[in-house]
Design a protein around this ligand. Sequence first.
Ligand code: MLT
Length: 332
Amino acid sequence: MIRIRLSHTVAGAVGAVFLGLPAIAGAQNYPTKPITMIIPFAAGGPSDTLGRLTADHLGRTLGQQVVVENVGGAGGTVGTERAARAAADGYTIFQHHGAMAAAPSLYPNLKYDSKSVFEYVGLINTGPMVLTSRKTLETKTAKDLLAHIKSMGPKVTIAHAGVGSNSYMCALLIIQNTKAKPSMVPYRGTGPAMNDLVGGQVDVLCDQATTATPQALAGNIKPYLVTSRERLSALKDVPAYAEAGISDFEMTIWNGLYAPKGTPKPVLDRLHDALQKFIDDPKVVERFHLTGTVPFGKNMRSPTVHKQHFEGEMTRVAKMVKEAGVNVQEKK
Ligand code: MLT
């Protein structure tokens, strides 16, 4: 009779393999129930607008509903922490933008390691910001607006979606250009900030083209410039920053999809493939175009490139924050 004795280590490893089987089998059948997509900003803003579009399309491709949950606060860090703590089973996914790469430079007490806490599913789209004001402000050009901010200082209110958000980083560009100290008004997202701009409760907001474009076209707010080198065809009457006579006002935003660290590879592959179907859909591309963004090109689509892009942005923003002398403690 042949006796086989397994060491504890080997027995443990074999046990783990068998215990792991249901998880792998589960991953092969994925998804078998609705998926939650966390958006780290309030409803009605650009992240929410893109998130709902993505969720609807992914849901149709995957055959299960993808439900958006808005978890706003602290420039996206509250929602990021929630997503990072979720089970790594594919039933919580997370869409975020450059603020996740900016957060380590601006929040000294982050409770997660931005670089390693997520799996990278893929980059989505990219576009510029639009510098806008309430429509009742009398300034006509971007130069007028910056001169007004410079002369009025704290009497001018600039809305933003929390430290590190895109609107906050764009407000830093205003401050760099004017050396002024306007009053910064934080919101849980630019959805509610835009409502207050339309209502005239705040003076200025630099928001993503996704939500600034329809409001500007409807005449609800005043657009002054786009932060890209070229005009947007969706907003063809609004000058690019250099045309507006401002040499240093470039800013590009980008969005990506993530899953908690440890999400099984078959699940990540399904999500990645579904994401490609979304950004390749001509109706989606048209929708992006109408609101001033474009999908990332094929050479930027892999999870590896997403990771490289994220890490590059982390380094770039850290340098920028240092050079701009942003007081991190004050902005916590
Ligand atoms: C939002 O949806 O509120 C934005 O993405 C916030 C921002 O980054 O400005």
